[in-house]
Design a protein around this ligand. Structure first.
Ligand code: FAD
Ligand code: A2P
Length: 251
């Protein structure tokens, strides 16, 4: 199976659903480059959050309502067979022009496609890495420092990138925004709006991946800072989408 960075894999969990039919496939963003983490082109990496169900009344975890596919994947043993299909997805592909700046906004497992991007652009010894002359900016939202995904890799990527990769963390339960609330990815975008709009005006491509719930807050924050800077957000937003500079994959 050949895939490229930013695509997703469809996983078919074993077993039968309550309706008597086989379980439906679930999508997972591919977190490795086309060569895979073993660099032999024969593996694929995923970043899976194990979906638990907590009873809102009792506050206890109810295993009978645990997520089917994520629990299957998180408990899979070496040697087990996992049925997959794909790859799928054209939304989160890297720009063709290797001089394009990229801005990646992730919450939680939304880091997955960007891990693939950053390995391709700054780690692997390939033509793609040598050709890339743009700047990359990753804005990553996680609840606590201990929940940071791939921290050592991100450090190494920054070392390898020679100043061409910036990583901003929004550690929501430890850091505060200007109004004293939780620091979310949209607060970083708003605080750094001058850099953000200057990059976008110069043709940068922006990607969003992770929590579906982050998009309304992000759009609100961008509209607010655009208006403060006398930019008509609706026109700008339509322009970004029409130019292929705006890419969203949230779930
Ligand atoms: P499901 O079995 O589908 O259950 C969904 C939720 O309902 C769970 O939280 C479960 O606990 C709860 N639930 C189950 N039964 C009940 C009940 N009776 N009452 C109330 N609640 C109940 N996920 C990742 O972790 N990493 C990724 O990289 C990733 N990429 C994605 C990319 C795309 C394009 C899309 C669309 C989705 C992506 N997802 C990703 C989400 C993933 O596809 C699954 O939706 C997720 O893993 C949950 O699937 P599941 O089978 O574990 O849960
Ligand atoms: P919090 O849970 O503190 O409210 P994970 O998927 O690992 O839980 O991480 C998701 C991250 O996104 C957390 O830091 C979470 O913060 C944050 N988050 C939750 N809701 C939103 C939102 N509406 N906009 C932006 N970030 C959010």
């Amino acid at each position: 199976m050949h895939y490229v960075e930013g695509q997703s894999l469809s996983v078919i969990p074993p077993g039968i659903a309550e309706n008597g039919k086989p379980h439906k496939p679930r999508l997972y963003s591919i977190a490795s480059t086309r060569y895979g983490d073993l660099l032999d082109g024969k593996t694929v990496s995923l970043c899976v959050r194990q979906a638990e169900y907590t009873d809102p009344e009792t506050g206890t975890v109810d295993p009978t309502k645990a997520g089917v596919c994520s629990n299957f994947l998180c408990n899979v043993q070496k040697g087990d067979t996992v049925s997959v299909a794909g790859p799928v997805g054209k939304t989160m592909l890297l720009p063709e022009d290797p001089s394009t700046d990229i801005i990646m906004v992730a919450t939680g497992t939304g880091i997955a496609p960007f891990r693939g991007f950053l390995h391709r652009l700054f780690m692997e010894n390939t033509v793609a890495r040598h050709m890339y002359t743009g700047n990359a900016w990753l804005i990553l939202g996680v609840p606590v420092t201990g929940g940071l995904l791939y921290p050592q890799e991100l450090e190494l990527m920054q070392e390898n990138a020679n100043g061409n990769l910036e990583v901003s963390f929004a550690i929501s339960r430890e850091m505060k925004n200007a109004s004293g609330g939780k620091l979310y990815v949209q607060d970083i975008l708003a605080e750094r709006s001058a850099d953000l709009f200057s990059k976008l005006d110069s043709g940068a491509v922006i990607y969003f991946c992770g929590l579906k719930g982050m998009m309304p807050g992000i759009l609100e924050a961008l509209e607010r800072v655009a208006t403060q800077n006398d930019v008509d957000w609706e026109t700008k937003f339509n322009e970004l989408k029409a130019n292929g500079q705006w890419h969203v994959e949230v779930y």
